[in-house]
Ligand binder design. Structure first.
Ligand SMILES: Nc1nc2c(c(=O)[nH]1)N[C@H]1C(S)=C(S)[C@@H](COP(=O)(O)OP(=O)(O)OC[C@H]3O[C@@H](n4cnc5c(=O)[nH]c(N)nc54)[C@H](O)[C@@H]3O)O[C@H]1N2
Ligand SMILES: Nc1nc2c(c(=O)[nH]1)N[C@H]1C(S)=C(S)[C@@H](COP(=O)(O)OP(=O)(O)OC[C@H]3O[C@@H](n4cnc5c(=O)[nH]c(N)nc54)[C@H](O)[C@@H]3O)O[C@H]1N2
Ligand SMILES: [Mo]
Length: 763
């Protein structure tokens, strides 16, 4: 019998708020991570595991997608990478006895934190229709149930196949192959909620949906913008790269409504000087912008650059580059010259002098890199905003040469690789042609559902089976009430997972949990491959004993399901058994289908891996519709909110990985022991007659009605005026399903219009 899990959820009773920190990482960072690791893994396991993170013969850190670099220090991990590893390498286990004790209705009432704390899943579980409890099921039976439900559909388009971004290249390739062979492009992924806006904007303007810089470019840059990103928490290893860039002479401009600790100062735990003192000052200039003001900021900076060119013709605009390599300059120029300064100041909340100061930095820099993350991608006008970032860089030829370019900093450790492998609901025709050529079947051409469309399809009864390769769809997606009802309407939901989460509790009529190996674990003598945020592909090999003998790798799960599903038609001409036995066989196929993987099996065995081709970076070639890099003209829309309302952004705390909550602290922002908090500017509080410590409800307003998240503690915090911030997933309930970005359809998780109302406890 398993130990009885604690009955009570730790609540927010212990909430303590102190002043925010001014610097990130340093010794307290790593020391803190080790306490977390010990608690979860034990001392010996901790050292064995952490010693392997991001080493050339080890596994890829499941934390973030930041690249490793050539000179790996002996401990190439950060505090939050260590937490991600500890979360997976935990000694706690969820067994059949646990599911006997807890029914799904009870689990659905638990917090994400509590669910995650229960430990690793150990064997396949099945919840039959009409039952409240999961029960053990054999792998064989599980595949039969899925096959029965998939074959029973009227059309393959009634099934949805989600992917989160930790899935390896090999598993992702096999998965999309199975799904397309089955007959649908319904391959929504976490990217739809993440960097989709970057992909849309960059594909259209530069001809590649990825960044164009390498680590080396960062080290060579004169000026680096870090926009809408909190690297101290979410990409801590990026701080070392920024520190190195600074030592090489770069200036850093941080653009953010919040003065995030990691943007201001950095204490490098891997250098002696990081142990003492206040660390390196990182940002030379901090633009405390209003939420969603970035489009105006980049237009304004471009406008100032054009005016500087007027004043000294031939010195600012890179005429040769613009003429040879770009298209649409005139329309862009006209649009930006018409910018209304009053609107720009209103949108950014910045005085004109601050923007002029940043433009001066740009004029003084030969090479400029712009880095960004969710602060730019999760707004209605995100695609247009990122196009303006591209305009701004193209103007001075800051793309496709050393030290310059676009750097969307990806989230999940293999989210970029999954897309390269064809996890995409709108696959390009060339990819489908290559699949057909290699495997001899006609892949479906009709575009599939993205994440938001998938929720609608479930809600409207058009989709009946939902399968997830990792992730926590129910908790990661917007409009919690709508999403949960939609998911409960499914005939069958299947979750391939490492840890227990909300998507197991809020499930379809029938539900399956398929437990899988994590990155850290041994998969026979096999290894998998991943692609980082800068397009480097390398091997990842787990060494730890698997959490349970009953786990299958993601590849094995896909291949065995495919064999069962296509049993009748002779495995559909695809050697699933050989794929499962030897991942080299999958890699050989990837090589023949996906450009850039020549000699894949040989090159990935070279320590450190290899770089995928990147036309803008490698040869200043822009494979767009016009054959050139495209300037665009984007109409500025200032996001105005009704008086009395605030713009809410939903962010990550320092103690979470998306929907996985490691702990209840957000150390750098001074929060301890609780998550139901909302950060509000003191002047906005005063205007409302409210004060630090008040208990409020957050109410979001949208044409179809109001949404409420109750009982949040107010923290008076130096965020930009008119803006506030609170953690997701708790606040996902406030994000309306239909509030998405133009073109990319990404939920607007960083601009939700809310009002604060004093909380009155229910009688
Ligand atoms: N430890 C840890 N690491 C992670 C993750 C995690 O949850 N935990 N998640 C991973 C994933 S999937 C991702 S996508 C990344 C996310 O990495 P981030 O994008 O850094 O994550 P967020 O917490 O969403 O932070 C958004 C940042 O943008 C700022 N911001 C919000 N709106 C705006 C705006 O309108 N303009 C500007 N200029 N700034 C704005 C916020 O103040 C905040 O600093 O991290 C990855 N790494
Ligand atoms: N309001 C709001 N919502 C957001 C965001 C936001 O900023 N605000 N950010 C969005 C972003 S950027 C993203 S990327 C999404 C994230 O959405 P998801 O990727 O769906 O969510 P995660 O929380 O990362 O998924 C965690 C689960 O993945 C499983 N898992 C972990 N490792 C593995 C593995 O190796 N294999 C398998 N099969 N399963 C594994 C575990 O069971 C764990 O519970 O959330 C989005 N949602
Ligand atoms: Mo993400």
């Amino acid at each position: 019998m398993a130990k009885k899990a604690p009955r009570q959820d730790p609540g927010d009773e212990g909430l303590k708020v102190g002043p925010p920190k001014e610097s990130a990482a340093g010794v307290p960072g790593v020391a803190h991570s080790l306490t977390t690791s010990y608690a979860q893994m034990g001392v010996r396991r901790t050292f064995l595991t952490l010693a392997r993170v991001n080493q050339k013969d080890g596994f890829d850190c499941p934390g973030c997608a930041w690249p490793e670099g050539d000179h790996r220090s002996h401990a190439e991990f950060c505090e939050n990478g260590a937490k991600a590893v500890a979360e997976e390498a935990t000694l706690r286990r969820v067994t059949r006895a646990f599911f006997d004790e807890y029914g799904v209705s009870e689990l659905a009432g638990r917090t994400d934190y509590w669910l995650g704390q229960q430990g690793r899943l150990t064997e396949p579980m099945y919840k039959p229709a009409g039952s409240d409890h999961y029960q053990p099921v054999s792998w064989d039976e599980a595949f039969s149930i899925i096959t029965r439900e998939l074959r029973g559909l009227e059309s393959p388009d009634e099934a949805l196949f989600y992917t989160s971004g930790r899935t390896s290249n090999e598993a992702a390739f096999a998965y999309q192959l199975m799904v397309r062979r089955f007959g649908t492009n319904n391959l929504p992924d976490c990217s739809n909620m993440c960097h989709e806006s970057s992909g849309s904007a960059l594909t259209e303007t530069l001809g590649i949906g990825k960044g164009t810089v390498s680590l080396d470019d960062l080290y060579k840059a004169d000026l680096i913008f870090v926009v809408g990103q909190n690297p101290g928490t979410n990409h801590p290893r990026m701080l070392s790269a920024l520190e190195k860039a600074k030592r090489n002479g770069a200036r850093i401009v941080a653009v953010n409504p919040l003065p995030e600790a990691g943007l201001i100062r950095f204490r490098n735990p891997q250098r002696a000087s990081g142990v003492v003192g206040r660390g390196t000052k990182l940002a030379d200039r901090f633009l405390q912008i209003r939420l969603n003001g970035d489009m105006a900021l980049f237009q304004a900076m471009s406008r100032l650059l054009l005016e500087a060119e007027d004043a000294a013709p031939g010195t600012v605009v890179d005429r040769e580059f613009v003429e040879t390599h770009t298209h649409g300059f005139r329309e862009f120029e006209k649009n930006v010259r018409e910018l209304d300064w009053a609107e720009a100041e209103e949108a950014t909340g910045l005085p004109r002098e601050a923007i002029e100061g940043a433009a001066q930095d740009v004029l003084a820099a030969d090479s400029v890199v712009v880095c960004w993350a969710m602060g730019l991608t999760q707004h209605k006008n995100s695609v247009a905003t990122i196009r303006e970032v591209v305009n701004f860089l193209l103007l001075r030829g800051n793309v496709g040469r050393p030290g310059a370019g676009v750097c969307p900093v990806r989230g999940h450790s293999n989210v970029q690789g999954d897309r390269t492998m064809g996890i995409y609901e709108k696959p390009p025709a060339a990819f489908l042609d290559a699949l057909r050529g290699e495997f001899g079947f006609e892949p479906p051409r009709r575009h599939g559902h993205d994440a938001v469309e998938s929720i609608r399809a479930l809600r409207d009864g058009q989709a009946k089976v939902f399968i997830a390769m990792g992730g926590n769809f129910v908790a990661a997606t917007p409009d919690t009430a709508v999403t949960e009802a939609a998911m409960r309407g499914a005939r069958l939901t299947v979750q391939v997972s490492t840890k227990l989460n909300r998507s197991h509790a809020v499930c379809g009529e029938q539900a399956l949990i398929l437990p899988t190996l994590g990155r850290t674990e041994r998969d026979g003598d096999r290894f998998v491959t991943v692609e980082d945020s800068m397009g480097l592909v390398h091997a990842s090999r787990g060494r730890m004993e698997p959490a349970s003998p009953d786990l299958l790798s993601e590849v094995a799960i896909v291949c065995r399901l495919a064999r069962r599903l296509f049993e009748q038609d002779g495995q559909a001409g695809i050697p699933w058994e050989r794929f499962e036995a030897d991942y080299d066989e999958i890699r050989d196929r990837i090589e023949r289908v996906v450009p850039g993987f020549d000699d894949f099996n040989a090159r990935v065995r070279v320590p450190g891996g290899f770089a995928l081709p990147n036309a803008p970076r490698d040869e200043r070639r822009f494979p767009t519709a016009t054959g050139k890099a495209n300037f665009t003209a984007n109409q500025l829309e200032v996001l105005r909110v009704t008086p009395g309302r605030l713009l809410l952004q939903t962010v990550r705390s320092h103690d979470q990985y998306n929907t996985t909550v490691y702990g209840l602290d957000d150390r750098y922002r001074g929060v301890h022991g609780g998550r139901r908090v909302v950060f509000v500017n003191p002047d906005d509080l005063a205007e409302r007659g409210m004060a630090d410590g008040d208990l409020v409800d957050l109410i979001s307003e949208w044409p179809d009605g109001e949404r409420r998240a109750e009982a949040f503690r107010v923290i008076a915090y130096p965020t930009a005026r008119g803006c506030c911030a609170a953690y997701f997933p708790e606040t996902n309930v406030l994000v309306p399903l239909d509030s998405t970005a133009d073109t990319s359809n990404t939920p607007t998780s960083k601009s939700v219009v809310v009002r604060l109302r004093r909380h009155t406890p229910a009688a």
